[in-house]
Design a protein around this ligand. Structure first.
Ligand code: ADP
Ligand code: MG
Length: 250
């Protein structure tokens, strides 16, 4: 059984005012195995954020389901999702009235964890992420790259089965992007399953597999195998060119 199973996912947004409908996801199917690092690519408007928000249970599908270890996420309570999934967003979503430390601890505070237990989890994680020295500061006092690392700490503090990231390097300069991607590679090598949406070929080339979505469907997928990131990058680039030429679905 795969860790994550995505089955026949459809999402239609309808506007009650104009009566118009947008089919953001047509019929999405894929699995993610434990320990994988998967990137999802697709043009702007292809349904990437919609897909990730449904996986994160921040939005509901019109049809289809998402299973985590065989459990239907749509039927689980918010607390279950909070403890089993970690989220990283493009714009960090940190609370400016909380210190970086309190932002990172937030999921454990919501789970009513005791303070010594929280710190026992945060201390080594902060070390790994290189944020120990900025924990007492506020998000507005640190750089974008540091903010994203705090948000990664918040996502990982519950030891989630899957880390879900929507354009995690989208708001970062190239140096900080590389830091975040190297970090993802490292935690993946230590066993963390990662699913990352990105429109950056560079970012996707760090993953072990890339799923391409087009018109709300999985159009194609490629595996890195034992190729280098630069060889994989070339393959990703060719695939995107092929996809943009091909009007029809495969
Ligand atoms: P991506 O992240 O790949 O750019 P999105 O998932 O954001 O794509 O959007 C997919 C499609 O769904 C687009 O046509 C977008 O305009 C539409 N869409 C996204 N969110 C909403 C919403 N809340 N209401 C209506 N349409 C939406
Ligand atoms: Mg998006």
């Amino acid at each position: 059984m795969a860790l994550l199973e995505v089955r026949d996912l459809k999402k239609i947004y309808s506007s009650r005012f104009s009566g118009t409908q947008v089919q953001a996801l047509d019929n999405v199917n894929f699995d993610v195995q434990e320990g994988e690092f998967v990137a999802i690519m697709g043009e702007s408007g292809s349904g990437k954020t919609t897909l990730l928000n449904i996986l994160a249970a921040l939005d509901r599908p019109t049809a289809g389901k998402v299973l985590l270890n065989g459990r239907d996420l749509g039927k689980e309570r918010a607390a279950f999702r909070r403890s089993h999934l970690g989220f990283v967003f493009q714009d960090f979503n940190l609370l400016d009235t909380f210190t970086n430390k309190d932002n990172a601890l937030l999921p454990l505070v919501l789970a009513k964890e005791k303070y010594p237990v929280m710190m026992k989890k945060l201390t080594p994680l902060a070390e790994t992420l290189g944020i120990s020295s900025i924990l007492k500061k506020y998000p507005y006092e640190v750089s974008g790259g540091q903010k994203q690392r705090v948000s990664i700490a918040r996502a990982l503090i519950t030891n989630p089965e899957i880390l879900l990231a929507d354009e995690p390097t989208g708001a970062l300069d190239s140096r900080s992007s590389e830091d975040v991607l190297n970090l993802f590679t490292r935690i993946n090598q230590e066993g963390q399953t990662i699913l990352m949406v990105t429109h950056s070929m560079k970012a996707a080339s760090y993953a072990g597999r890339v799923l391409f979505i087009k018109d709300g469907r999985v159009f194609h997928q490629i595996y890195k195998g034992d190729r280098s990131s630069s060889e994989f990058y070339e393959d990703i680039s060719r695939t995107l060119t092929m996809m943009s030429r091909k009007g029809e679905r495969a």
